[in-house]
Design a protein around this ligand. Structure first.
Ligand code: PRP
Ligand code: ZN
Length: 297
């Protein structure tokens, strides 16, 4: 293969991961010129190009060296590793990306009780993930028949071609619409940056490191919130213990109110209404939660 001096990233051409993946790369300062067939996008500025493909093809493209990295669901990456053990060992999950969350789960018809995996002995389970399902069945000592289906897995029980399914669940709407019930979770999935365990040693390695550093910065900012509130000094310990990620807050005295203090804290992760309500009960007031745009220590 001809050596390349530009980094090539594979991502889903159209699907749930496409928009958030493109937005993430844009935040990393990558800009692309769309080619006419939109399969290959040339990167302007940084030497990073995009290949838009079917998500299931991404791990193979990285393993074969056609691409250096890919943005893909953890479920797709792991499935490739189980079904291609030789090529799969060279691949790694470089970063979890925090979007496209879903689960790979076993689901049964709603009216069937479920208490343990052993109940699936002798059953037919339809799935597009034979590698992951096979591994789960082995590790649970269950002898079930895996029925491979490339799509529309959820209708198999109604058609009588399977007794249960093993498929992705996100909102759960597909299961409800097909009178199925989630019974066991095999994999908690989200979009990940996949790549080879060893970065290329040429220029592409340097570009990859630059990209990983920017990605870390973007993820850190995206997942940070600045919280401002006022609190009585004697409630400080309790309120601080309720701050997401337990940051060390900055305290400012309030003029004319020596028993009060303004608390400023950078929290890792979002702050829920429930957490705010807990802090309010502990004595906090005038709470503000702000997104963070940039950070430089
Ligand atoms: C998945 C899965 C289900 C659906 C579940 O398909 O196969 O059909 O999503 O989502 P829900 O719980 O929100 O209803 P997807 O649309 O991702 O397409 P793919 O499996 O063909 O990639
Ligand atoms: Zn797919």
């Amino acid at each position: 293969m001809k050596p390349r001096d530009r980094l090539r990233i594979a991502m889903q051409k159209s699907g749930r991961l496409t928009d958030p993946a493109q937005e993430l790369l844009a935040r990393c300062g990558l800009k692309f010129r769309q080619s006419r067939d939109k399969l290959f996008c040339f990167g302007e500025g940084e030497p990073v190009d995009l290949l838009l493909v079917r998500d299931d093809d991404i791990p193979g493209l990285i393993a074969e060296g056609v691409c250096d990295m890919g943005i893909v669901g953890r479920n797709v990456l792991r499935e490739y590793q189980y079904s291609h053990p030789e090529e799969g060992v060279a691949l790694d999950e470089l970063r979890p990306l925090g979007f496209g969350r879903c689960r790979l789960s076993i689901a049964l018809p709603q009216d069937e009780a479920y208490d343990s995996p052993s109940q699936l002995n002798g059953q037919r389970i339809a799935t597009s993930y034979p590698g992951l399902l096979g591994e789960w069945l082995r590790s649970n000592g269950v002898g079930a028949k895996v029925v491979y289906l490339a799509g529309s897995v959820e209708i198999a029980p109604r058609l009588g071609t399977a007794d249960a399914i093993c498929d992705l669940v996100s909102s759960g709407a597909t299961l409800v619409a097909n009178q199925l019930r989630e019974t066991a979770i095999l994999v908690e999935s989200e979009a990940v940056l996949a790549g080879r365990s060893e970065l290329p040693t040429d220029e592409r390695g340097e570009i990859a490191e630059l990209l990983l550093r920017r990605l870390d910065g973007v993820i850190q900012v995206r997942d940070s919130r600045l919280i401002l509130l006022q609190a009585p000094r004697d409630a400080l310990a309790e309120i601080t213990s309720l701050l997401p990620g337990l940051p060390v807050p900055t305290l400012t005295a309030v003029d004319g109110a020596p028993d009060q203090v303004v608390v400023q804290a950078l929290c890792a992760g979002s702050v829920s209404w429930r957490q705010l309500e807990d802090m309010k009960r502990a004595g906090a007031r005038d709470m503000l939660v702000l997104p963070v745009e940039k950070m430089l220590a």
